[in-house]
Design a binder for this molecule. Sequence first.
Ligand SMILES: O=C(O)C(=O)C[C@@H](O)[C@H](O)CO
Ligand SMILES: [Mg+2]
Length: 382
Amino acid sequence: MKITRISTWRVPPRWMFLKIETDEGIVGWGEPVLEGKARTVEAAVHELSEYLIGQDPARINDLWQVMYRAGFYRGGGILMSAIAGIDQALWDIKGKALGVPVYQLLGGLVRDKVKTYSWVGGDRPADIIRDIKERVAVGFDTFKMNGCEELAVIDSSRAIDAAVNKVAEIREAFGNSIEFGLDFHGRVTAPMAKVLIKELEPYRPLFIEEPVLAEQAEYYPRLAAQTHIPIAAGERMFSRFEFKNVLAAGGLAILQPDLSHAGGITECMKIAAMAESYDVALAPHCPLGPIALASCLHVDFVSWNAFIQEQSMGIHYNKGGEVLDYVLNKEDFALESGHIKPFTRPGLGVELDEALIIERSKNAPDWRNPLWRHVDGSVAEW
Ligand SMILES: O=C(O)C(=O)C[C@@H](O)[C@H](O)CO
Ligand SMILES: [Mg+2]
C-alpha cells in the first residue's frame, strides 16, 4: 500500500481534520491542530507530507521517526501537533486494513469502559452550580473548571478568597457526591500557587491542573510537597523527552498529554508507559474534536494507569460547533453515566461526514483565545 495524497480542512469551531489517501482506497483521518494556530499546523502538515507521499502507511514507527528526526529541528507544539494528526491517520489506516479497532493493535483492552469528565463554568467560572446540576442530571459525577480568573504576579487575599469561595460553594451544594478538577490554566504564578493551593486543601479537589506554566515545571515537586491534592499537567508538553524530565523531577500525580499535540498515538503510548513506571496516572487532555477524542480513548482503553478522559461535549470553547457535529456514527460516542465503551469499528472508529467537513471548511474561523490584560494594562495569562 502507498500513501497517495494528504488533505487538510480547517473547520468550525477551531479544529482541523486531515485525510490520508492510499493507492488501495483505504483512507485514514487525523486531527492535527494547536488551538489558535491551525494555519501554522496546516503548513507544517504539508511540509511533512513531502516525507510521506509514496511511502507505505503500515510503517508507522519509521514514518514517525522520519517526521520527528529528519528535519533537524524537532519538538514544540506546532511540529508535534502536525505529527500527531498524521500519526492518528496512519493508525486509522492500519486498523482499517486489518479490520480491527486500533486498541486491538495496541495489545487489547485493559478495561471495559472509560470514565469521562465534563467542563463547567467557562473562562470565568460563573453559574458553576447550575452547570454541574445540568451535567449531573445526564450522568456525570466528575467535572473540571477554571480554578480562578486572572491573578496578578502577587495578588490580594480578596482574589484568593474569590477563587476559594467558588469551590466552597460547590462542596456546600454537592458534598462529595461529585468530584472536580481545578484548572489553574497557567494563570497563577508560583508564589500565588502556593497560597491558593493551601487555601483549597480543605475542599479536596480531585486534582489541580497546570498550577504553574509548563516553563515553571521545577515548581511541580515543590508544590506537591506542600499539598495532598494531586497535581496534573501535560497539555503544553509535546513529547516523551519533555515528560521524561517532569517524571524524573517528581511532583506530578497525573500526566495530561494531548493526543493531537504530543505526537499522536505512537508518542502518547510511550508517555503513558513512562508515567506508569513512576506510578503516575494518565488523563489525556482533549478539548478538541472527535478524532482527537477517539485517539485518546484508544490509548485509555489499553493503558492501566488511565483514570479519566477529558471530552468537549458542551465545552465553552466550542462556540459554533459540537464535538459530534461531523460524526456519522454518533451512537458509538454514547455516554452511560459519563462512561464510553470501546469502539467496535476498525481503525479509530470515527465515521466522518466528509461533505459536511468540506462545506464547513469554506467558512472556517481563525479562532483565537482572548487577549486578557490586568487592571494595570499588563498582559494577563488567559
Ligand atoms: O481543556 C483544558 O484543560 C484547557 O486548558 C483548555 C485549553 O487547552 C484550550 O483548549 C486552549 O485553547
Ligand atoms: Mg487545561
